[in-house]
Design a protein around this ligand. Structure first.
Ligand SMILES: *Cc1c(COP(=O)(O)O)cnc(C)c1O
Length: 438
């Protein structure tokens, strides 16, 4: 009996099959009408090795809010990352996978009382703060807390700025807060910052690490044992992007300000880096008006990233049908005029039934998507390359049950949406298609 639901299973692909083949097979099956994702678990595993190689001193604590899919979290737990959680529910979700409280940082500087008490009850002790009130709350509700002071140091260019909401001024406020913590008897263990999500200003990391150094010195003078530096998120994750520039700046700054000999633990909270490129979205053109194309996912679904994450998306026709490119627009399925995915983009002439593919859709998309106007959130079909599967399959919390290893017949479609409904005499469910057109 499997204890993993079919939608949380990962399909193992033989060496001749790529994730894009799966996307094509589902799109062209003739029965798929809803938008869907293909999630390449191998891409997440490759990202992790890239991180380890390029920033060996920095332990990643994945930012759960970026994409809280059970499969993503289980994969990262299997790889041994830590987790950045912002709420009681995120903490519970990660701990359900067997992750220990010591591998979680509660990185929300403004926490609700019940969430602090919950963290205390679960031995999640490492938490951030950037204001006075938080110290009083924590003193009362979580005496074992190990507090990390979040300072503000903004990238000059970032996809999403965070500094206007979180992070105290490192020169004036931060010293005052350290002194107050000392007076209250609240334990401070380190400093954190977030330069902004989608950071395009690599040198900002040096400025921030240097500011953290000064506060480590002050903390030491106040009697704290300063042992944790958290360099936050901000690393790019799309195809073709690279963390080379940021990692060079970070590694050099760490060597200068926090040499290995000091024994300070260095962590980061990458979100989009790990998941952006792992997800590819396939959408169907179900209606058209001249060169206005209506697809089955929009800004109230996956493309909320256009509004909230300031994402710029690119439509790629699944079939290269030729024809002179025309100035076109792409619209979501709801009846709201705001629901536009692309405004004036060059596309070859397309027809109803054609598919548009969007890459790099893993970050800040699914967790925010709604079913507004009755349109479902796209399902996710997870795949993994055979060689990566061999490496990952024994790593808890992933078990044999998470993988569908038989890769035969995957282009055919059976009318069985879930294993519960299958009887021993019927064929096993299609490896890839969980939902069929009504
Ligand atoms: C959102 C967030 C992150 C992740 O940021 P990315 O830019 O996706 O890497 C990390 N830390 C905190 C505190 C966050 O709020």
């Amino acid at each position: 009996m499997r204890n993993v639901s079919v939608t949380d299973m990962i399909h193992v692909l033989d060496t001749d099959t790529a994730p894009m083949d799966v996307l094509r097979a589902i799109a062209q099956s003739g029965v798929q009408e809803n938008a869907f994702y293909v999630l390449d678990i191998g891409d997440i595993v490759h990202k992790h090795s890239e991180w380890k190689m390029k920033m060996p001193r920095v332990e990643p604590f994945y930012a759960v809010k970026c994409n809280d899919s059970q499969l993503v979290l289980a994969t990262l737990a299997a790889l041994g990352t830590g987790f950045d959680c912002a709420s009681k529910t995120e903490i519970a979700k990660v701990m359900d996978l067997g992750v220990d409280g010591s591998r979680i940082i509660f990185a929300n500087p403004a926490k609700m009382a019940s969430h602090i008490r919950y963290a205390a009850s679960q031995d999640v002790n490492t938490m951030t703060f950037d204001n006075e009130c938080e110290l009083y709350k924590v003193k009362q509700m979580h005496p074992n807390a190990r507090m990390v002071l979040r300072i503000r140091c903004d990238a000059t260019v970032a996809q999403c700025q965070l500094g206007m909401k979180f992070g105290c001024d490192p020169l004036v406020e931060a010293p005052r807060l350290l002194k107050l913590a000392a007076a209250l008897g609240v334990t401070v263990v380190g400093v954190s910052f977030h330069v902004g999500s989608g950071c395009q200003d690599p040198p900002v990391f040096r400025r921030a690490i240097s500011a953290a150094r000064d506060l480590f010195d002050l903390g030491g003078q106040l009697g704290f044992s300063m042992s944790l530096l958290d360099i936050g998120g901000g690393y790019p994750g799309n195809r073709g992007s690279s963390i080379d520039q940021i990692s060079e700046v970070v590694n050099a700054a760490l060597d200068d300000y926090f040499p290995i000999s000091l024994g300070v633990q260095i962590i980061a909270e990458p979100g989009r880096f790990y998941v952006a490129s792992a997800y590819t979205l396939a959408t169907l053109i179900h209606s058209k008006r001249d060169t206005m194309y209506y697809i089955n996912d929009g800004v109230y679904g996956s493309f909320n990233c256009i509004l909230y994450d300031h994402a710029v998306v690119k439509a790629i026709p699944l079939e290269n049908k030729g024809g002179k490119p025309l100035l076109s627009s792409v619209w979501g399925p709801t009846c709201d005029g705001l629901d536009q995915v692309l405004d004036s983009v060059l596309l070859p002439p397309l027809d109803i039934g054609d598919w548009l593919v969007f890459e790099d859709m893993g970050a800040y998309t699914l967790p925010v998507a709604s079913t507004f106007n009755g349109f479902p959130v796209p399902k996710v079909h997870a795949v993994i390359d055979e060689s990566v599967w061999r490496f990952l399959k024994g790593c808890l919390p992933l078990t044999e049950d998470h993988f569908i290893a038989q890769n035969n017949n995957w282009t055919s479609v059976w009318d069985i949406p879930s294993p519960e409904q299958s009887t021993p005499s019927s064929p096993s469910p299609s490896p890839y298609i969980y939902e069929l057109m009504a």
